[in-house]
Every structure is written in structure tokens, then in C-alpha cells.
Design a protein around this ligand. Sequence first.
Ligand code: DOR
Ligand code: ZN
Length: 464
Amino acid sequence: MSGSSIASVITNGTVITGAGRENADVFISDGKIAAIASPGVIPVPEGAREIDASGCWVLPGMIDVHVHLREPGYVHKEDITTCTQAAAAGGVTTVFGMPNLNPVTKSRAILDDLFELYDTKSLVDWNHNPVPSELDEVLAMADAGIAAYKIYMVVDTGRDYPHPSGTGIHDNGHLLRMFEAINPTGLPFMVHPHDQAIMDVIEQSHWDRGDRSPKAYAETLATHNGLIWDTAIATLLRMSEATDTKLHIVHMQTAGSIEMVRQAKKRGVKVSCEVNHWALFLSTWNDVEELGPYALSYWVPDNHREAIWEGLNDGTIDMVSSDHAPHTREEKEVGWEDCWACHTGTPGIQDQYALLLDCAIDGKLSLERVAQVVAESPATEFRLGNKGFLRPGFDADIMIFDPLDTTKYSNETVLSRCGWTPYDGRSSKGTIVRTMVRGADVFDNGAVVGVPGWGQLARPTPFR
Ligand code: DOR
Ligand code: ZN
């Protein structure tokens, strides 16, 4: 470590990684962690900036692999800059965007244009998951530096968003062809599991009674103890196994599918999976009743939420991500009458990390496990070689958390363009005081200080 090049030192904090916690100073040079040493053992070099983290936790910045940034096409909901401002405030240092945009991200040419947008507009590091439905575009998109592909097994009825034409499929033959096309790239195939044929018949029975309410919507998706999810996930696991292609399942939410993934991992199936903020902190029946369309995403019955916490603790669920899904209030309000016309999904990128740490303070999972599920596992599963770990040589993507302060969630402080949070009125223990991306502050003591364009492509290490 050459002292003269040290730009910043975070002193006296408790450094938390998946391997343990220790009081230590973190030395940052050229955007990377240069050293981690017991407090005071290595003097703070002259000219270096000292960040006093006494009493605070020093954690890895979150790698959020499931974010709807809405640009291009839906910038009335969000854009890359507003979304990554919210990310910075939420301790998120890398985002993966999703392809349900206009144009749908389905070709190398569209992807190249989008990369240029991120390059000028993102405050934090980024990547983007295109759809692999145009099979002859699959390899060229891998060459651009993507970390994964994404498809939805959903075909919306009665609305044209959030699953615009070209993002959803309802055809297992085509799905199989996508797995096969992705296989040579070695990249994961991220899939939103869903069985549209079952959804169609269940929703019809509610509609026949004239009921299109949020409760009917919630009950439809949760029908038969998670059948819509479980049948889709069984199919996906089998296709992943058949093609030997890495699968990443988004928004795990049923006990049955968690058990299927647990068994598949034991058999050696190449699968990882995530849970999203709403399944952990929202989506109770009470939330469905009180917040209606603002709570949906989905309803997660309590027995399933218990299985989620168990799966998160035992390693079956690899990571937490936001599925940050901003929509305007107007797009939500229609849902009280007709939830099938409302754009589903909830924002969460600003709130999820602090909410997760609140649960860690309550003992629902260890701090070490938090470091794994927000950063180490996503970096490993998506092969982001230089990210995710607080270790010398890795990018200095860091979040500093004061466990004794309080976070108050309010629509007033939402940075996302949508202007609301489903957590409005709640509070949690501890607060995020600083977020750093490659050694530079993007959030400091209540203010976003990062600049659009600072973010870089988080490129995976090549498979071959
Ligand atoms: O509820 C959802 N919202 N599910 C999705 O698959 C997409 C997301 C969105 O983009 O709003
Ligand atoms: Zn999503």
C-alpha cells in the first residue's frame, strides 16, 4: 500500500462482511479498497480524507440486480438519474436495469443506445438485462458486457404495462429455445415466474362476480397456496437442468417454490434466486386492505413469509433485491376499482437496505448474512469480479450505517420521480449516513452528492 495515493480512510467503524465483523480502518485508493486494518495500526496518510465512522457499521454497497429505471419510454414514472439518486440514498451502489422499456431491450443496437444513456445519466454503477427472445441477438448482446438476460412469463390482460409486448411470453417452446441460446454465453437467465393460463381461469371467476378489486387481484395471484408461482418455477428448474443453463428466479414468495429450489440446489442445478423488499416488509393481508394497489406487487400470506425468512437465512434464497417498480399515483388510483387496469409493482430502492438492517437489529438475520444477501451473493452469482466484497483490491462500494439513529419513511423524502413510498409513515432503527461508489461519495448525511455520469458499466468477468 503506497501511503501517498490513499484518498480516503474510513476510521473506527465496525466493518461487516459475510465472514464476520471487526473494528477496522478502511483505506481507499484509486476507487478501490487498498487495505483494511485494526484501528490506528496504519496511520492516516497526510492529505488523505478521514471519515470518522465511530459507532457506525461499514457495509458493502448494495448490488441491486432487479431495478425498473423506466428510461427510455416511461420517464413520467422515473428516469435513470432520479432512480440512481434514490439508489444512492438507499445505499445501493450498482443497479441492473430491466427490459420492459420502449423500445423493449431486445437487440444489440437498442442495448448500445441504452448503455449510452446510463453512461451519461447514472450516479451509481450499472448493468442492464435485455430479453433473449430474438435468438439471433443473444450472443451479440452478451458481447456488449451484460450480466444476465430477463424474461417475464406474463402476458398482461387489460393493460399494456408493466409487461409490454415483447417482454412477456406464454410459450414454453420459445422459453426452451431461449435457455438453449443463452447457454453458450454462460450468463444467467433471470426469469419472472408465472403461469398465465392458470391466472386466466382464476381471474375470470372473480370477474364473473364483478370483482376487480385489489383483494380479488391478490387472491388470484396467491390462488391454491401459490400454484401460479410453483408450476412456473417447476418448469423453469426443469428447463435449467435440461439445458445446463444458469437460472435466476426473481421474487420468490411461496414456501413450495423455496423448497423446490432447495432440492434443486442439492441436485446441482445451476440456480440462484432473490426475494424483493415487498415480500419481506409489505404484502401482508393488512397491507393489501389498507394500501390496495399501492401495496401490489403481490400478497404474501404469512406462512409463505416465514418460509422466505427461513430460506434467506439458510442460503436457499441467495439475495435481496428491490424490484423497484415506480408508477404514478394516477396509474395506481385506478386499481381501487380495477386492479387489472393498474400498473402493478411498488418502489423500494431507497428504503430496502435500511429496512433489512432494521430486521437484522431485531435478530431476524445476522449482519454477516445481510452483507452476503445484498452484495456478496449478487457479485458472485453475476460474476462481478471486482465488486461486492469489502476486501483489498475490490471496488470501494461502501455504505455507512448509524445503528442508533432512526429512519423515517415519508413521501416527502422520496427521490424517485413517482413521489411516493409504500412505507410512508413507518420508521426503522438505524440510518444510512453515507454511500460511496468506487471511493466517491454519492450520498452524504441526508443529501445526494453524486453526479450523473459517475456510474460505470459493471461488467461481469468473461465466462470463457
Ligand atoms: O409488478 C410488477 N411490476 N411486476 C413486474 O414483473 C414488473 C414490474 C414493473 O415493471 O412495474
Ligand atoms: Zn421486476
